[in-house]
Design a protein around this ligand. Structure first.
Ligand code: TXA
Ligand code: MG
Length: 317
């Protein structure tokens, strides 16, 4: 059931049931992070491999001490300006965070979502929420309550509807190795913004061979129709005769029917493009196309995360 009753969502969560929750990035599939039973059912519903750990969500920075043991100075600087927001911190975990949440890792991922309903819900609970994106493993993340309902609606009792996600891409994940900041997943907080606060950070390229590395498996966010990236004119020529879908940054292309095209932002805004990307991929994926062709957006700001998701959607295996 889809609804806007925060108390009802809290009641379900208190009894170890799962609830899909809105955040500013994407919808999450939430359960009590301190309950191994609730967390196990998250893996179950998502069909997520148990080696892929979950982010825990809380409503206030002061609650971090409940879960983590060592907070580097740079984290305070980031938190001051960027939290709540689309930023996830990887920090050494305390014992009370069950190992199933972190897939056995000594570090736990934590974030404070910047969504009024999520924050209200969290403030009613005396436990944090473990929540991966509310999609079946490997598929595109949901940015509306309806997206969640389409795929997981019959497996969870409640979907809290907070409207379309304002950011539209998952959070940026940052951790520290020997004190040095490392970005493991590009996301809703641009790298440039982080660097303006704490100085240079290393962005570790994702790897398909090491699923333990956050940001993770190379092929992800994948529509069922294949997706190819490159120069649109050349790709259209290569695939002539096929039913083609297009994802473009600013303009429609005159060789493909308009109804088979998603234009991310006619005004060239990367923020708007990020908001529309996943919904656009889903829309095309429902059209029984032979192939989806896409072009990269400028590699700056949110564009770096948009391009990362496009590359993963295009990756095979
Ligand atoms: O914006 C977001 O981050 C959304 C919303 C719902 O908060 N959540 C999200 O969760 O994208 P998920 O599970 O789809 O992606 C989180 C990624 C995982 O792929 C995982 O590899 C990494 O974060 N991660 C989580 N905990 C980790 C840990 N302890 N160590 C390494 N990587 C971790
Ligand atoms: Mg996900």
């Amino acid at each position: 059931m889809i609804g806007t009753d925060i108390q009802k969502a809290a009641d379900f969560l208190q009894s170890d049931a799962l609830v899909a929750i809105p955040t500013e990035t994407v919808y999450g599939l939430a359960g009590n992070a301190y309950s191994s039973r609730a967390v196990a059912s998250i893996f179950d519903v998502k069909k997520r491999p148990s080696f892929d750990p979950l982010i825990i969500h809380t409503n206030h920075f002061s609650r971090l001490e409940e879960f983590v043991s060592d907070i580097p100075e740079k984290v305070y600087l980031l938190a001051q300006q960027l939290m709540p927001g689309p930023l996830t911190l990887l920090l050494p975990k305390k014992k009370r965070v069950p190992d199933i949440v972190t897939a056995g890792s000594p570090r736990v991922a934590i974030r404070i979502p910047n969504h009024p309903m999520a924050l209200q819900l969290l403030s009613k609970l005396d436990f944090p929420l473990a929540a991966p994106s509310a999609n079946p493993f490997g598929y595109i993340s949901p940015t509306t309550a309806q997206h969640v309902n389409d795929q997981l609606g019959n497996q969870i009792p409640y979907i809290l509807d907070g409207g379309p996600c304002h950011i539209g891409l998952e959070s940026t994940i940052i951790g520290f190795e020997e004190g040095a900041p490392i970005i493991y997943r590009k996301g809703g907080t641009p790298v440039e913004q982080i660097e303006s606060i704490i100085g240079p950070v290393h962005v570790r390229p994702h790897s398909s061979s090491n699923p333990q590395a956050p940001g993770m498996l190379k092929s992800h966010y994948a529509p069922s129709a294949g997706l190819e990236l490159g120069n649109i004119n050349e790709l259209i020529e290569q695939h002539s005769g096929k039913k083609i879908g297009l994802i473009r940054f600013r303009n429609h292309h005159d060789m493909v029917p308009i109804s088979q095209q998603v234009v991310l932002s006619t005004v060239g805004s990367l923020h708007e493009a990020a908001q529309r990307l996943f919904a656009g991929m889903r829309q095309l994926d429902q059209m029984k196309l032979d192939i989806i062709l896409a072009e990269l957006v400028p590699e700056e700001g949110l564009g770096r995360a948009i391009n990362d998701r496009l590359r993963r959607a295009a990756a095979k295996g």
